[in-house]
Design a protein around this ligand. Structure first.
Ligand code: GLU
Ligand code: ZN
Length: 299
C-alpha cells in the first residue's frame, strides 16, 4: 500500500481517537491529510490515539479502520497504537522530571477552581515525589508561534495563556500533548494536517519539540465541522457514524468543505475514484480560512 512515487520529504498522518466512531468532521480531517500527502507522493501514516482506555468506546478501533478502508483510504506501513508506546512516554517523563523540567503536582480539582484552567503553580517548587501525583511540565515565560499553512500566524504566550501543563495524569495515563509530540517525532512526521480544534494545542507542542530536540513539522489546520449550536461533531446523537453506502456523497461533501472542486461525473464514482480525483486536483490554498464550518451549510 504505497503511493506511486514516494516522496521521502513528506510524511503525513491521521491520528484518530477511538472514543467514538468516525463522523463527518473526522472524515474532513482524514481527507485533508490524505490528499495533502498523496498529492506530493508523500507517505500517509495511521496512528490510533488510544491513550485513555476509560474513554474508549468498545469496538471503535475496528469501526474506524473499517470505515477508512470502505472510504478508500490506504495507509503506509503498520498501524501504530499509543497504548503500545507507554515505555517511550515513561522514559521521557522520567527524564524531564529528573532534569527539573517537570514536577509532581498533588493539587485537587477543587484547589484549581477559579483559575480558568491556567495552573497557578502551587506545586512548582514543592519537591513532591513522582508517585501518586500528576506530572506537570514547567513552561517558560515565552511566546511560541508558528505559521499555519491555512490559518496564518498563530501563537500563545505559554506562561500566561497556558501555564504548566500535565504530561502524565495522576492515574498514570499519559497526556495527549506529550504522546503526540513523541509519536510524530518517532515516526518522522513532517506535515501535520488536522482539525482547527488543535490549533491552540500547537504552541505547547512546539515547546515540547524544542525541549526534546525534535524538528518542527509544518502545520495545516482545517476548519472544524460543527453543529448549528456550535458543538463539535461527534459530541452528540446528531453525528451518525460513516456508513459504507454514503461513502461517495460524503467524500464529495468533505471535498467541498475543504474548498476543493468536484465534478458531476463523480456522483457515481467509487470512493477510491473520488480520492484519486481529489489527489489530482488538490489545492491547499483553496481551504477556507475559518476555525469552524457549520455542517448544515455543506449539504
Ligand atoms: N487524536 C486527536 C483527535 O482525534 C488528533 C491528534 C492530532 O492530530 O494531533 O482529535
Ligand atoms: Zn499542584
Amino acid at each position: 500500500m504505497t503511493a506511486p512515487c514516494l516522496n521521502p520529504s513528506y510524511i503525513g498522518r491521521f491520528a484518530p481517537t477511538p472514543s467514538g466512531h468516525l463522523h463527518f468532521g473526522s472524515l474532513v480531517a482524514a481527507l485533508a491529510s490524505y490528499l495533502d500527502a498523496r498529492s506530493v507522493g508523500g507517505r500517509w501514516l495511521l496512528r490510533m490515539e488510544d491513550l485513555d482506555p476509560p474513554r474508549e468506546m468498545p469496538g471503535a478501533q475496528t469501526a474506524i479502520l473499517q470505515a477508512l478502508e470502505r472510504y478508500g483510504f490506504e495507509w503506509d506501513g503498520t498501524l501504530i497504537r499509543q497504548s503500545e508506546r507507554h515505555e517511550a512516554y515513561a522514559q521521557v517523563v522520567d527524564k524531564l522530571f529528573s532534569q527539573g523540567l517537570a514536577y509532581a503536582c498533588t493539587c485537587s480539582r477543587k484547589q484549581l477552581e477559579g483559575y480558568n484552567g491556567i495552573y497557578p503553580g502551587f506545586c512548582r517548587n514543592a519537591g513532591h515525589p513522582m508517585e501518586n501525583a500528576a506530572i506537570r511540565l514547567r513552561v517558560p515565560e515565552l511566546h511560541y508561534a508558528f505559521t499555519d499553512r491555512v490559518q496564518g500566524r498563530y501563537g500563545q504566550h505559554v506562561g500566561r495563556e497556558v501555564g504548566d501543563f500535565i504530561i502524565r495524569r495522576r492515574d498514570g495515563l499519559y497526556a495527549y500533548q506529550l504522546a503526540v509530540v513523541l509519536d510524530d517525532g518517532a515516526q518522522g512526521v513532517t506535515d501535520i494536517v488536522r482539525g482547527a480544534d488543535l490549533l491552540d494545542s500547537t504552541p505547547r507542542q512546539l515547546y515540547l519539540q524544542e525541549l526534546l530536540g525534535l524538528s518542527q513539522p509544518r502545520y495545516l489546520h482545517v476548519p472544524l465541522i460543527v453543529q448549528p449550536d456550535g458543538h463539535k461533531l461527534g459530541k452528540s446523537y446528531r453525528s451518525p457514524p460513516l456508513t459504507p453506502e454514503q461513502a461517495t456523497p460524503l467524500l464529495l461533501r468533505a471535498l467541498r468543505a475543504l474548498g476543493q472542486p468536484t465534478d458531476d461525473s463523480l456522483a457515481h464514482a467509487s470512493p477510491r475514484e473520488v480520492l484519486d480525483w481529489g489527489v489530482a486536483h488538490w489545492d491547499a490554498g483553496l481551504i477556507p480560512r475559518a476555525l469552524t464550518l457549520q455542517e448544515a451549510q455543506l449539504r
